[in-house]
Design a protein around this ligand. Structure first.
Ligand code: SF4
Length: 231
């Protein structure tokens, strides 16, 4: 599988749980605000076996593992890696995914405790934001369904970049989550420029204003609790 890097200990990737973070390399989306744009190419990172990843990720004072990327579910060895991590003991296993490969996600579910699911846009604007040839939305919807039917904690999240999303996108995502039966916290975080974002993309993106979203969030009803995490 393609691996970009392994961070020994992170206190920020899984709330309240110190984790070792494994970054897979390669992604099937091309989001303009990607903070890890250097690992979007499918041939980025290095080829490592599951046992090599395991030994690289072992031996740290953590209570769990977070597998992120890139998009981890494009790695066909991902279920084997998660299975091996889950066998190491009583560790929290978290996956970050944009949900475009439900067939692999389904194989991973038995080994997972939680999933940060990155929802990119309202269903009708998905391919515009992710810059894919076809809309990945039907697959993303399948992934949400799979997670809702499982025992895995689903943590939906959207990165909100000015010039790319509008408050209506967030309203539509809230509606879809409600329709699909999700209840709980939905995190909307603001886009923050960083050195990992391609310069050519960063010039077209703006930091959004929290006030733009506060009004619509007040109107949100049902079981979706919107958590605006603006930095
Ligand atoms: S899905 Fe994630 S890793 Fe892939 S391009 Fe978008 S932000 Fe980057």
């Amino acid at each position: 599988m393609r691996i970009a890097s392994i961070i020994d200990v992170s206190l920020v990737d899984v709330p309240g749980i110190p984790v070792t973070v494994i970054f897979t390399a390669g992604c099937n989306f091309d989001c303009p605000y990607c903070q890890n744009a250097n690992i979007i190419p499918l041939n980025s990172g290095m080829e490592m076996s599951v046992s090599e990843v395991l030994s690289g990720a072992s031996g740290h004072l953590v209570d769990g593992y977070c597998v992120t990327g890139g998009e981890p579910t494009i790695q066909k060895e991902l279920p084997d890696l998660l299975k091996a991590l889950s066998k190491k003991g009583d560790f929290h296993i978290n996956l970050n995914s944009q949900g475009s490969v439900p067939s692999v996600l389904e194989e991973c579910i038995p080994y997972l405790d939680s999933v940060w699911l990155d929802l990119k846009a309202s269903p009708t604007r998905y391919e515009k934001v992710c810059r894919t040839k076809h809309s990945p939305w039907p697959n993303v919807k399948k992934s949400i369904d799979l997670l809702l039917k499982s025992n895995v904690d689903l943590w939906p999240r959207t990165t909100y970049a000015g010039n790319l999303l509008s408050p209506q996108d967030i309203v539509d995502i809230i509606d879809i989550l409600e329709e699909l039966g999700f209840e709980g916290r939905y995190v909307v975080q603001d886009y923050v420029p960083s050195s990992g974002v391609r310069e050519s993309e960063a010039t077209n993106l703006t930091r959004p204003k929290k006030e733009d979203l506060e009004e619509i969030i007040d109107e949100a009803s049902g079981g979706v609790e919107v958590d605006l995490q603006f930095r």
